[in-house]
Design a binder for this molecule. Structure first.
Ligand SMILES: O=P(O)(O)OC[C@H]1O[C@](O)(CO)[C@@H](O)[C@@H]1O
Length: 261
């Protein structure tokens, strides 16, 4: 089931996503979260922070696996995804640092870092809910166009578009690493629930391609069409190119009361 929910604004998306994640943690205290970086999921982390406090939920047993990491950035670089996950997720939410994993992007051991990560995810019993953003070029995780639907965690080369998009986090575009290590599309599709978020006009085309376009490796986000349980949370601007938008609104407005996200 893919459910597309058009929300008022980013905060509303954050609240909906966090509510679903907190219900999961309340039922399964050692739930496995799939964590995303970039700007998009930040509203979810802020809403989780508030929800944990308000509902008094114990998150000390929650486990987590990040989607991706830059290759070759020192782990203590402020823009390494290890640093971002620590700063934006682990510390504010009060998660247990040793239970939160990020692919190892250091050059030493990079040949087996992907296989090690896959093994760790499998041994945890798999990801319960995977947060996803989408790149303007259609990437999920850092699976750039052309990524195999059978791909697992491995090293990829970032597109020029992604390096341009992410230059805002660095001093210049040249400082954005050329390579990354990312969960593959097959890894992502194994998560039990996908929560894909997209905001703003700049994401409208990528989102429409992912949700309604042909399923193609040229458009990695379209892999979500192969998953049985996907929730897409979008604002009006990101939803603006969806052809079946009226139906999505109608279906959400008439959603059976017993059905959760
Ligand atoms: O959310 P942004 O910063 O627009 O980036 C798009 C997506 O690309 C990634 O950063 C790749 O890791 C996603 O996690 C992210 O949500």
């Amino acid at each position: 089931m893919a459910e597309i929910v058009v929300v008022r604004d980013q905060d509303a998306a954050g609240e909906l996503a966090a509510g679903s994640i907190l219900d999961l943690i309340a039922a399964k205290p050692d739930a496995v979260l799939g964590l995303a970086t970039g700007s998009t999921p930040l509203v979810v982390y802020r809403a989780l922070e508030r929800g944990i406090r308000e509902r008094g939920i114990d998150v000390s047993h929650v486990r987590g696996y990040a989607l991706d990491e830059y290759v070759g950035l020192p782990a203590d670089h402020p823009e390494s995804y290890r640093a971002v996950i620590t700063r934006e997720v682990v510390e504010p939410l009060g998660l247990t640092p040793s239970l939160i994993h990020v692919p190892n992007g250091s050059l030493e051991g990079i040949e087996h870092a992907g296989a090690d990560y896959e093994k760790a995810i499998a041994q945890s019993g798999g990801v319960d809910v995977q947060l996803l953003g989408i790149g303007t070029d259609g990437h999920i995780g850092f699976n750039e166009p052309g990524s195999s639907f059978a791909s697992v965690t491995r090293v990829k080369t970032l597109t020029e578009q992604t390096r341009k998009d992410n230059a805002r986090f660095f001093a210049s575009e040249d400082d954005v690493p050329m390579h990354c290590i990312t969960q593959g599309l097959s890894t992502i599709l194994k998560a039990r629930h996908l929560l894909l978020l997209a905001f703003g006009e700049g994401k409208a085309e990528a989102l429409a391609g992912a949700v309604e376009g042909p399923v193609s490796a040229s458009n990695p986000g379209s892999a979500v069409q192969l998953h049985p349980h996907v929730t897409v949370l979008v604002d009006e601007a990101a939803a603006s190119r969806l052809r079946n938008l009226d139906y999505y609104r109608y279906a959400y407005a008439n959603k059976p009361a017993w059905q959760t996200l």
